[in-house]
Design a protein around this ligand. Structure first.
Ligand code: UD1
Length: 422
């Protein structure tokens, strides 16, 4: 297995291009199942999760081609042959569950294995099921698979989610596009990836309003047609690389970045003493004077502080001046990076969903292990700021969500290389 070797070597300067959003692409790809006509995505990120979704769609009979070095994904669901998402693919990635709503809407039936993905908590599917059941689906759990049917077709309904789940919102919105009548989804998730999905569905002929607010209204139509859509910028990759100059010092411009994607995160950086400004081409992040200040963080659904940036923010707080409290409210088991950061000399105490980080002056390089996608990149960030060498193993997690991480960080002066394993 490959590992990443990082050597801390001071301030970073230059530009980093930000890719299209993994999480948007993973919900836009299943949207192809809603229509017989082709759907083409541009600005797609080159990631192993995208390959997994490609394999899943192909296993259903969809045609999926990767063009322009993977940045364009051309799909057609003209001749689908299966409505079953098999365990062997779904276990690799939780987002596989996003084929459930589209398959059910188009064919009145779907069989989807319960998902896998990062080991960051139980992550059940009850909210997806409740929403689809409100639209008239009958769903049974048998042998680890959800068997969903809607014999008379789905029907629009008013449904309030108990929690604003991102995936459940996406599944319910996609299903409702082809349901009879109007669906009003209350307490919907407001993430930019959902706005992006709705913009694409609208290009396909769906009638939807309210995306980005907590009430989304969908008027069902008989059929959707083809479209071409550009995937929104990845706000988590953006936030991750915003932390590189914050943690090492220097000034880096994140090309394609927008403040509206990272408002709550940028506000925390500002409070910590890191400047974030909008430029013509993106966002510029600079830390010039001394250590950052400790700030407290509570993860929340968008527009709150994203759980997907909590591990990386913890890496920054490890060398901040003062004590910071990070509270994880979205996932119950998302501090696996903490003991690894402690191996690098960090002072972190975890109690339940709260981590208390007392900043130290410097971290020390060590051999550490990636446990999930965001944890792995937090260890790389910590390594950039540490004295000496840090080796991060199990980087297959990293490949799920960050394209060309070595090239992008080298481009701003980091000393980082990928070591091929056996
Ligand atoms: C998506 C993102 C993920 C991000 C998360 C929260 C994708 C592919 N992944 O994941 O990177 O960390 O949003 O911003 O977009 N839950 C239930 N029942 C359900 C569904 C969810 O209890 O039916 C719980 C989960 O266990 C979790 C919380 O709700 O504790 C948030 O999950 P959700 O918003 O659904 O996240 P995902 O869509 O899985």
């Amino acid at each position: 297995m490959d590992s990443i070797l990082v050597t801390g070597n001071g301030p970073l300067n230059g530009q980093i291009p930000i890719a299209g959003a993994k999480n948007a692409c993973l919900t836009l790809m299943p949207a192809t199942l809603l229509s017989e006509e082709p759907l083409t995505l541009t600005n797609a990120p080159r990631l192993s999760d995208i390959k997994t979704m490609t394999a899943l769609l192909q296993s259903l009979g969809a045609e999926v081609s990767s063009l322009q070095d993977g940045q364009v994904i051309a799909m057609s669901s003209h001749n689908l042959t299966s409505q079953t998402a098999d365990y062997d693919i779904v276990r690799k990635m939780r987002a596989s569950n996003l084929v459930l709503g589209p398959l059910l809407a188009r064919f009145g039936q779907a069989v989807v294995s319960l998902p896998g993905g990062c080991a960051i908590g139980a992550r059940p599917m009850d909210l997806h099921m409740e929403g689809l059941e409100a639209l008239g689906a009958e769903i049974e759990l048998k042998d680890g698979y959800l068997h969903a049917r809607a014999p008379g077709g789905l029907k629009g309904a008013v449904h309030e989610m108990r929690f604003a789940s991102v995936g459940a919102t996406e599944n319910i919105v996609m299903a409702a596009t082809l349901a009879k009548g109007t669906t009003v989804l209350k307490n919907a998730a407001r993430e930019p990836e959902i706005v992006d999905l709705v913009e694409c569905l609208r290009k396909m002929g769906a009638q939807i309003s309210g995306e980005g607010s907590s009430t989304i209204e969908i008027h069902g139509v008989d059929r959707l047609h083809g479209a071409t859509h550009q995937v929104v910028t990845d706000r988590i990759e953006l936030g991750t690389y915003m932390l590189a100059p914050a943690i090492c010092g220097g000034e880096v411009e994140l090309l394609g970045g927008r403040m509206s994607l990272v408002d709550s995160f940028a506000a925390k950086l500002d409070a910590a003493g890191v400047s974030v400004t909008e430029t013509q081409n993106g966002l510029k992040v600079a830390r010039k004077n001394g250590r950052v200040q400790a700030v407290d963080v509570v993860t929340e659904p968008f527009p709150g502080f994203p759980t997907d940036l909590q591990a990386q923010m913890m890496a920054l707080m490890c060398t901040a001046e003062g004590v910071s409290v990070l509270e994880e409210r979205i996932f119950e088991n998302r501090f696996m990076h903490a003991p690894e950061l402690v191996r690098m000399g960090a002072n972190i105490e975890v109690h339940g969903g709260t981590a208390t980080v007392t900043g130290v002056e410097t971290l020390k390089g060590a051999r550490v292990m990636a446990t999930d996608l965001r944890a792995s990149v937090s260890l790389i960030l910590a390594g950039l700021a540490a004295e000496g060498e840090t080796t991060v193993s199990r980087v297959y997690h990293l490949d799920r969500g960050y394209e060309h991480v070595v090239r992008k960080l080298e481009g701003v002066g980091a000393k980082i290389e990928r070591i091929k394993g056996e």
